[in-house]
Write a protein that binds this ligand. Structure first.
Ligand code: Q0N
Length: 287
């Protein structure tokens, strides 16, 4: 736990604390959510995997865009970051047609104002990655918005900048991941501004919680591909006849162990670093 830090916010599975005027501490828990419900059973080391992976990408994308990372703490789950003025949009990039993108496409043939070719199947790869911003909903689901609505929220110039940077970040990570057997179908970035008005990447980026990771060897269109990390959790929940509203079910040990192994596998495949070496010294991902 941070030493005498003020709690400034929480997400479903992460907490944010103020360290001082300029710095925040982002702490990733081991909680897991499925069908938008946080389950009562933790996945050991999940928060460390996500923190290490985000740190790995931050270190490797600095030339594309500066980010808020200052240091990784020795607990492996806490990121010291620069305090930013966050932009009020979620910057989503989609390389494949899944989730709300697929839903919008089937209803309208377009996603956030991007007209797409006719006849695409669910999970199809898009001709080019598209930027599909969403509003930040306090509770419930983020709502996809078109570029006019996004421009009203951040200004046309800033919108053009976040679109260009978001797509460049996605291309970098998706290319790297694809060479290691993982498809990053889509991803969400949150940006802020520093005190000089420069765009800075914040939050946790390019992790399985902020993205859809699919195992490349099981990829096929015409359905929703398995999640790289949460498939055991989802499959188990489907066996229960659970109504997918809170409270969620406890997970058996075999599901916990299998899911932890998938998170560690994603970390090791993407970083090329043995997870135990990360636990010994988290900043190994930054070098
Ligand atoms: C911030 N959120 C939204 C963690 C994630 N560097 C920053 N400076 C100022 N504010 C924020 C950051 C960051 N990152 C980001 N809220 C504040 C997502 N949070 C929700 C709580 O858990």
């Amino acid at each position: 736990m941070p030493e005498a830090a003020l709690h400034v916010g929480s997400g479903k599975v992460r907490e944010l604390y103020a360290l001082d005027e300029e710095r925040l501490l982002l702490v990733a828990s081991d909680r897991v959510s499925t069908f938008d419900v946080v389950l009562p059973t933790d996945i050991p080391d999940k928060g460390r995997v996500l923190t290490g992976l985000a740190g790995f990408w931050f270190a490797r994308t600095q030339e594309i865009c500066p980010n808020h990372l200052l240091a990784l703490r020795s607990d492996g789950r806490s990121t010291e970051c620069r305090r930013l003025e966050m932009l009020p949009i979620e910057c989503v990039v989609r390389g494949f047609l899944a989730g709300s993108g697929w839903k919008d496409y089937t209803a309208t043939g377009a996603v956030c104002g991007h007209a797409l070719p006719a006849g695409l199947a669910e999970a199809a790869e898009l001709p080019e990655p598209i930027f599909t911003p969403a509003t930040k909903a306090e509770t419930g689901h983020d709502e996809n918005i078109d570029r006019e609505q996004a421009a009203e929220l951040v200004g046309a110039e800033r919108l053009a900048e976040v679109e260009r940077v978001s797509i460049a970040l996605y291309r970098h990570a998706a290319d790297h991941a694809r060479q290691r057997g993982i498809i990053i179908a889509d991803t969400k970035f949150e940006f802020g501004l520093d005190d000089e008005g420069r765009l800075v990447l914040g939050d946790e980026a390019l992790t399985p919680d902020s993205s859809r990771f699919w195992p490349a060897d099981e990829y096929e269109t015409g359905g929703s591909p398995p999640s790289f990390d949460k498939q055991f959790v989802r499959d188990y929940c489907e066996t229960l006849g659970w109504g997918k509203t809170a409270p969620g079910p406890e997970l058996p040990d075999a599901v916990v162990t299998g899911t932890r192994a998938r998170y560690v596998e994603a970390f090791e495949r993407l970083t090329g670093i043995v997870f135990d070496d990360y636990l010994t010294d988290p900043e190994v991902v930054l070098r």
